[in-house]
Design a protein around this ligand. Structure first.
Ligand SMILES: *Cc1c(COP(=O)(O)O)cnc(C)c1O
Length: 381
């Protein structure tokens, strides 16, 4: 796809984020189709990529929005997502963020602590409103993923722990401006072992019984996101196995009549459609390996530096004999490295290099460290 567009790419300054909109559409369509089989609601997690052209595609297919900051709520609404389809999570919602979301009358606040519930009730009362809430419960399920993207263990800061639930329910009785409509879970990201989601279903079923025993009705069950993508074989497997993913929840979640199930997918929807394209600035001879020094760095794509994550790297312009390179960026940090001992065709100054699967948690996480300019984005159909 990129090689067919080389001429176009060469006209643009680098580093450059390139988005394959037709792959994005196919991915969204597949997710829509598979989730629709069970009438599931899918909310797109804006934090993965909040570029307007990406959001336009997501919204056009009828997804809702999952937000983790006031500005994300704002971006979603300004982009045309209906407030009725916006959910808002996060352990540290500020008063300003809450007030904005209350004014917009969003569908649901996913509450992460009793303290947050007290503040939300106070702010809702001042506006003479009722806030719909779901309790974000920490199910203590191990996502078997990198520790920085594991969120569902008791040691993590996210959600309400099972042993706090009794007191949270008692507290709720004293908070008239909150309306409990459901429970919410999100256990981590880049989960490729589907049995993790089966464990989540088992825990959700146990919590459902707990609430039922207390005669509390839950209309909405939100199981969060976290479905992983194949960073190693982006071309062979560009679309995640949504059929297996949604099918698993259908098989293992025990629902009560009328209950609605919600998902919050980010990475699985947008990761593969984005590529970071960079130019080789210099080649430097090392002891056991050469360095290919790119004009993109951790300021454009921080995932390798932050989570030691793998991204497939491809030289788009050379087809010479393969050699071994450490592919690094220009930033003054040793962690500014996209890959060690990467086999690439002999690479020289001016070559274009693609860093694949960068559509999620790529451009959104870019920074101005070293006073770097923001990379441009190009959308290809
Ligand atoms: C980040 C996040 C998501 C999306 O996670 P992905 O791994 O990108 O699917 C969903 N829900 C919440 C609450 C999140 O914080």
């Amino acid at each position: 796809m990129l090689k067919q567009n080389l001429q176009k790419l060469q006209q643009h300054p680098t580093p450059l984020y390139v988005y394959n909109i037709s792959l994005l559409r196919q991915t969204l369509q597949k997710a829509k189709e598979e989730s629709a089989k069970y009438n599931y609601h899918v909310h797109y997690a804006l934090k993965a990529n909040a570029n307007a052209p990406i959001l336009d595609e997501v919204r056009a297919l009828g997804f809702g929005a999952d937000c983790v900051s006031g500005n994300e709520v704002k971006r979603a609404i300004e982009n045309g997502f209906s407030p009725e389809r916006v959910v808002f999570a996060g352990v540290g919602k500020s008063d300003e963020e809450i007030n904005y979301a209350l004014d917009q009358d969003i569908f649901c606040f996913n509450c992460e602590s009793s303290h947050e519930m007290i503040v939300l009730n106070e702010l809702a009362e001042k506006k003479d409103r009722t806030a719909r809430i779901a309790l974000r419960i920490n199910p203590n399920v191990n996502a078997n993923t990198h520790k920085y993207i594991t969120t569902g263990l008791e040691e993590n800061k996210f959600g309400i722990n099972a042993w706090e639930l009794e007191s949270v329910i008692a507290l709720l009785e004293t908070l008239p401006n909150l309306q409990l409509i459901g429970i919410h879970f999100h256990i981590g990201s880049q989960i490729t072992d589907l049995s993790v989601f089966k464990n989540l279903c088992t825990r959700v079923n146990e919590f459902q019984e707990w609430f039922e025993a207390r005669k509390i009705q839950l209309e909405h069950i939100n199981v969060g996101g976290g479905l992983g993508v194949d960073y190693y074989n982006p071309e062979q497997q560009p679309i995640p196995d949504f059929e297996a993913y949604f099918g698993l929840f259908n098989q293992f979640l025990e629902l009560r009549p009328g209950q609605q199930v919600h998902f919050e997918l980010g990475r699985a929807l947008v990761a593969q459609c984005g590529t970071l394209v960079s130019k080789v600035l210099y080649i430097k001879k090392g002891i056991s390996t050469n360095f290919a020094i790119l004009d993109a760095g951790m300021t454009e794509l921080i995932r390798p530096a932050l989570y030691q994550s793998y991204h497939k790297i491809e030289n788009l312009t050379s087809n010479k004999q393969e050699e071994r390179y450490d592919v690094v960026g220009p930033i003054c940090e040793s962690s500014d490295c996209f890959g060690k001992a990467v086999m690439l065709p002999e690479t020289e100054r001016g070559d274009l290099v693609a860093i694949h699967t960068a559509g999620a948690y790529g451009e959104v996480m870019s920074s101005a460290y070293n006073l770097r300019d923001k990379a441009a984005a190009l959308y290809l159909n």
